[in-house]
Design a binder for this molecule. Structure first.
Ligand SMILES: C[S@@+](CC[C@H](N)C(=O)[O-])C[C@H]1O[C@@H](n2cnc3c(N)ncnc32)[C@H](O)[C@@H]1O
Ligand code: SF4
Ligand code: SF4
Length: 392
């Protein structure tokens, strides 16, 4: 099979994690350990500088990229002190598309004004720029509810950021994770979104791992629990509570996870158990994310096939059940690859064809992460945005 998707010359989109810093403590976020406020020991806290960005991404590469996403998993891009300089630098080379995901609760109004001006482009071009670049504000409620999932985020900062950004004329989108504690605010959110000029996308959160989502303190005691929103019942659409699906794992699977958690197993010794052929075909979403052919780069400089791999790469899962095997296999099949931009150029990295095992697995669906994220039956993105009954 030929590597066309992750060939350097064919890349058109980059998902780059600009920062591993954050003002929020969202319980399910992989920046933290096990729903607590304790920072994941697998990550190094920090943010991209313009100087490091220039080293990792040469001008001709920036020319070729049509869509940059600044989101990541272990931090918020707007905590990156040099984000404006980085965006300005990219736009001085290429008038490209851009998406930024943020909780909106940091920085001052001057920052949001400047970000808006950059995202919007020059006033004459406002209409065309409007189609190109946008900020997604991840705001899961209003003054009395947003902080329940977005722990530590101050409402007055968020609303002031959204208003200032909106006043600049740039395009914004409001993404709202639905929970039991905020679902009654849907109409009010749509009204405020309309005033801001932001379309609102309601999303179904992850994080219900066989139980309500715990918001834990630093000693791993549960401070409070977060419950899922209701779902429209098939047929008449009445909103009903759907019980949280228990974790489906056999004793054999649980023993396997225990073994992985105990660190006494090497991937190569159990690869034959995990790399089983499965039915169904894969529809790789990295082919269509952004402007297509997307690559994912974490703040530590590591290059991954997509955001699903990037999300799991450093997640701290000791003692957990969900995603443990997926992570073990994902890291196992990529073990030994040279994928750090601090040591090699992106071209050098990709010329070595590091993700061969990933795309070759699509023939028989033998990589669990690909199968569960992009297999026919389980499309994670679709699940987040649409599918009501497909397990939480
Ligand atoms: C980890 S965040 C990083 C970007 C930024 N800090 C933010 O929160 O928007 C990446 C994306 O994950 C989303 N997210 C956070 N918690 C989630 C959850 N429990 N379920 C689904 N998506 C979630 C965020 O809303 C955002 O769109
Ligand atoms: S705002 Fe984003 S990065 Fe920060 S804790 Fe929440 S999900 Fe994680
Ligand atoms: S999980 Fe696999 S199939 Fe899905 S986007 Fe990533 S590399 Fe492609």
């Amino acid at each position: 099979m030929e590597n066309t998707q992750w060939a350097y010359e064919n890349l058109r989109s980059v998902h780059l994690e600009l920062s591993t810093l954050c003002n929020s403590i969202c319980p399910w976020c992989p920046r933290y350990v096990d729903f607590s406020p304790n920072v994941n020991p697998n990550i190094v806290e920090g943010a991209y500088t313009l100087e490091r960005f220039k080293r990792h991404f040469p001008r001709d590469f920036i020319q070729q990229i049509e869509f940059w996403t600044f989101a990541g998993d272990y931090g918020d891009p707007c905590t990156c002190p040099e984000i404006l300089d980085i965006i300005e630098y990219i736009l001085s080379i290429k008038d490209c598309k851009m998406q930024i995901n943020t909780n909106g609760g940091m920085r001052n109004t001057k920052f949001w004004q400047q970000l808006g001006e950059l995202m919007r482009g020059s006033p004459d071009e406002t209409y065309t720029q409007y189609q190109k670049r946008y900020v997604i504000f991840s705001v899961d409620g209003l003054e009395d509810t947003n902080h329940i999932y977005r722990r530590n985020v101050k409402w007055h900062k968020v609303i002031s950021a959204m208003e200032t950004y909106s006043d600049s004329g740039a395009r914004g989108i409001w993404e709202f994770l639905k929970f039991k504690h905020n679902e009654h605010q849907k109409e009010e959110v749509l009204q405020i979104g309309k005033k801001l000029g932001f379309p609102v996308r309601f999303k179904n959160p992850n994080g219900f791992e066989g139980a309500p989502m715990p918001a834990k303190d630093k000693d791993y005691n549960i401070s409070y629990e977060i419950h899922p929103a209701k779902w429209p019942r098939d047929g008449d659409g009445t909103l009903v509570t759907i019980p949280i699906k228990p974790i489906e794992a056999t004793d054999k699977q649980l023993d396997f996870i225990k073994m992985i958690n105990a660190d006494d197993v090497k991937y190569k010794d159990v690869a034959h158990i995990l790399e089983q052929p499965r039915s169904g075909c894969i529809n790789c979403q990295a082919k269509t994310f952004g402007a297509g052919n997307e690559i994912r780069i974490n703040h530590d400089g590591t290059v991954w096939p997509c955001s699903f791999f990037g999300h799991l790469s450093s997640k701290y899962l000791k003692g957990r059940i969900v995603s443990v095997v997926h992570q073990f296999q994902a890291l196992g099949i990529l073990e030994g690859i040279q994928n750090n931009l601090d040591n090699n150029t992106l071209k050098e990295i990709l010329d070595n064809d590091p993700f061969r095992k990933v795309y070759e697995s699509w023939d028989d669906n033998s990589v669990l992460l690909c199968s569960h994220s992009c297999g026919q039956e389980q499309n994670t993105m679709e699940k987040i945005y649409e599918r009501p009954t497909n397990g939480r």
